[in-house]
Ligand binder design. Structure first.
Ligand code: NAP
Length: 293
């Protein structure tokens, strides 16, 4: 008989994101009441990649529903780096814009890093600039990358303290795996990064108290790799609503697990909105904490 008769408790990202967004909406309403100015997120989309169009539309809609204005900038696929930097710099300098989201990817011919760096640090509500990365790396306050930030919120909501735990992050992209590891390290986890060159991934994952899957390969992480009682966070999102983790297999061994969909995904947008209202508060001379943020 199994010594770990668990069926993991799901970490309900949809519910936790709704709670965070309700607090954010209340903060946005109070900020608007106090200052006469509603928070404003500028979105910048280059080209017509269908997934990017959908993501931006969804984020804009979520803003509108929660008292955040948006300004949508759509540029043709052939936009040059210079032009994109010019547009983003204009938004950085515009006092009516409080947060900037440059939707990734922007096209291979564009120097994406140059475009990201044109975002003023105080408006980097998607956590993509070197400034925000440094803050995450130092464990200092600042805007976090939204998906990793959402992962940390989920862990907190379910009482998972990363301190002293071994966190294994599978994936090291700049928007997801790498900052997820940085935030876990800042909370005193012992962090291992795995990637495409990692040898013996199953053995590395089997050592984890906390597994963060951030790869983009359907069900790469097998249930039998999971240490009994581990916490499994699946940030992967693959066609057909499939995560990077074999959910059924992992749920039979883990203590907590995120579903796909309804786990990490909703938290990402909730963090974007919260950071937008916090950015607006600071720019409008209000203390975010006084707004409940
Ligand atoms: P990415 O930029 O393609 O990075 C994938 C990472 O996985 C890379 O670091 C890569 O290693 C690593 N990798 C690839 N094959 C591997 C293997 N066989 N074993 C171990 N590591 C492997 O992807 P991403 O942008 O981080 O996205 C990852 C997943 O998260 C995707 O499914 C995406 O849709 C999802 N995502 C979800 C959200 C959300 O809001 N829920 C947000 C962003 C992304 P190398 O570095 O060595 O190439």
């Amino acid at each position: 008989m199994s010594t770990h008769p668990t069926t993991a408790r799901p970490m309900d990202g949809t519910a936790r994101a709704a709670e965070l967004t309700a607090r954010t909406a209340a903060g946005a309403a109070e900020l608007t009441r106090r200052t006469g100015t509603a928070p404003c997120l500028a979105t910048v989309l280059v080209g017509e990649d269908p997934a990017s169009v959908t993501y931006v539309r969804m984020k804009v809609r979520r803003c509108e529903l929660n008292g955040i204005r948006s300004r949508q900038v759509v540029l043709p696929a052939g936009t040059t780096t210079d032009r994109l930097v010019e547009v983003v710099s204009g938004l950085s300098a515009d006092p009516e814009v409080h947060g900037i989201l440059l939707q990734h990817p922007v096209g291979a011919h564009i120097d994406e890093r140059a475009a990201f760096e044109a975002i003023a640090p105080g408006k980097d509500v998607d956590g993509v600039t070197m400034h925000s990365f440094a803050a995450m790396g130092f464990g200092l306050p600042g805007f976090v990358s939204c998906t990793p930030g959402g992962i940390m919120r989920l862990l907190d909501a379910y009482g998972v303290d990363p301190a002293g735990r071994h966190a294994v992050v599978v994936g090291r992209s700049a928007i997801l795996g790498r900052p997820a590891g940085m935030l876990l390290l800042a909370r005193d986890a012992t962090v291992t990064y795995c990637h495409s060159r990692t040898v013996d991934l199953p053995a590395r994952v089997a050592e984890a108290d906390i597994v963060v899957a951030a790869v983009g390969r359907p069900e790469l992480i097998r249930g039998e790799w999971i240490k009994p009682g581990a916490v499994v966070v699946d940030a992967g999102y693959n066609p057909g609503n499939v995560g990077d983790v074999d959910f059924a297999g992992a749920a039979a061994r883990a203590s907590l697990i995120t579903p796909v969909p309804g786990g990490v995904g909703p938290m990402t947008v909730a963090v974007l909105l919260e950071q937008t209202v916090r950015a607006a508060a600071v720019q409008l001379g209000e203390d975010p904490a006084a707004l409940g943020l």
